[in-house]
Design a protein around this ligand. Structure first.
Ligand code: PLP
Length: 441
């Protein structure tokens, strides 16, 4: 062992050997000190999340033909993440201003959440004018929904929540975390199951909460028409239900943000107390910034202030306050009409390519007389199509063609582009024409 520096100088051994010996002795000492107390040794490993796991498999796949149609993230013509031009320009400007890194308030940046609420409800909304909306910055759509669950647990006598069947895979785990009583309402049966939906709302427990996808329903790509929304909200009002609008894809259905916000604005017009979780992950491509806004339509200004204080009490011990970068980007864009126009044009471009890909996939599969009906690919809208590819088809697509699709057959249309569409269509065709293909177990 080294006792003094002179050992190094006079030792006949090379220095590297002396250090190695020294480290070995240290390690042996540490091992001999290891405690018998093993508080985590009984803990089992959990299976990975299927969607993030599939993404990892795609990232590790070496095929040059690989296509990622699993996670709901829009990709450019080469399958790479797309950063919008308007975002790049705002970020350059922000970087040149040497802004401080101080903490935001617990409920976030007021410039951001006030602008986000104007965008959502329209600047002329009576809720904004009468200060009857409680809006706060949150950790994107997921964070807004998670806070909603906690708020219901903390403040509502009724803790029943209805989810559409099927719905986004994370809805049930989010509301389960808050211990809410979860029920489902019928939503899809090879198309919108409108009569089932209305019947289930009619039979719902009064004063319950109901999750709606404002547009671009995930996973089915199937939304109610404006006429159907009117009937849905009439039933909601009659039964005193509280809608929770999940708005992860505003702008992705029609290419027009205002049009996609139809159901939310109708609820506001009809004075239906509603909760809205707004996300900027998809329509501004800000996935990793985790930027969103939670808005609650209230009866009075006082009620809105009371709710704000409750939300702050939930947030403080959870994550203290939100990060600033995403709110600076979105706040800067939304307070400038020129930048809003730039953003909306880019959002329209993303939506248009998805629509074009829907038409091309449909045209090609129909021309090839590929088995199954592909009509739904053009009747669906938004990021997803609920194909009737089975789990077995999906497996073959992954193993033989390096095309990654979620096991339910849900296809993320944002991953299809002019460069991979022919490969995708011919692969789907081959899989369905040769149903005897075997798969590795
Ligand atoms: C329906 C739905 N809601 C919410 C989210 C959450 O998105 P984020 O937390 O990135 O805003 C997603 C993401 O895929 C989604 O599909």
């Amino acid at each position: 062992m080294l006792s003094k520096i002179s050992d190094l100088i006079i030792s006949p051994q090379p220095i590297s050997q002396i250090i190695k010996n020294h480290l070995q002795i240290k390690t042996v000492r540490l091992i001999s000190k290891k405690s018998n107390f093993k508080p985590f040794s009984h803990i089992q490993s959990l299976p990975p999340d299927p969607i993030f796991d599939l993404l990892e498999q795609y990232q590790n796949c070496k095929s040059t033909n690989k296509v990622n149609l699993s996670i709901g993230e829009y990709r450019d013509e080469n399958g790479n993440p797309l950063v919008l031009e308007v975002v790049k320009n705002v970020e350059k400007d922000l970087a040149s201003r040497n802004l401080p890194k101080d903490n935001l308030p617990i409920d976030g940046d007021p410039k951001f959440y006030e602008e986000a609420t104007k965008l959502l409800l329209g600047p002329e909304s009576k809720y904004i004018k009468e200060k009857r909306v409680c809006s706060i910055q949150c950790l994107s759509g997921t964070g807004g929904l998670r806070l909603t669950g906690e708020l219901i647990k903390r403040c509502s006598k009724n803790k029943t929540i209805y989810l559409p069947d099927p719905t986004w895979v994370n809805h049930a785990p989010i509301f389960k975390k808050s211990g809410l009583e979860m029920k489902i309402y019928r939503y899809y049966n090879n198309g919108l199951n409108f009569s089932g939906l209305i019947e289930d709302l009619e039979n719902a427990k009064e004063n319950s909460f109901v999750v709606f996808h404002a547009c671009s329903h995930n996973p089915t790509g199937t939304d109610p028409t404006e006429k159907q929304w009117k009937k849905i909200l009439k039933t909601v009002k009659k039964k005193n239900l509280v809608p929770i609008f999940d708005t992860a894809y505003l702008g992705f259905s029609s290419g027009n943000y205002d049009k996609d916000a139809f159901a939310i604005r109708l609820a506001a017009e009809q004075e239906i107390p509603s909760i809205i979780a707004q996300s900027f992950s998809k329509n501004l491509g800000l996935y990793s910034e985790r930027i969103g806004c939670l808005s609650i339509l209230c009866d009075t200004q006082k009620e809105a202030e009371n709710l704000r204080s409750q939300l702050k009490a939930i947030i403080l011990p959870m994550y203290s306050n939100p990060p600033i970068h995403g709110s600076l980007i979105v706040g800067t864009i939304l307070e400038n009409s020129y930048l809003i126009r730039k953003w909306k044009a880019e959002m329209k471009e993303m939506q248009s390519r998805i629509s074009e890909m829907r038409s091309l996939v449909y045209k090609e599969l129909t021309r090839k007389k590929t088995k199954r009906s592909w009509k739904r690919i053009i009747s669906h809208s938004g990021m997803f199509t609920f194909s009737d590819l089975t789990e077995k088809h999906v497996k073959i697509l992954k193993e033989k063609y390096s095309i990654f699709v979620e096991s339910t057959g849900r296809i993320s249309m944002g991953g299809i582009n002019h460069n991979n569409i022919n490969y995708l269509v011919s692969s789907i065709h081959e899989v369905l024409q040769n149903e005897h293909f075997s798969i590795k177990r």
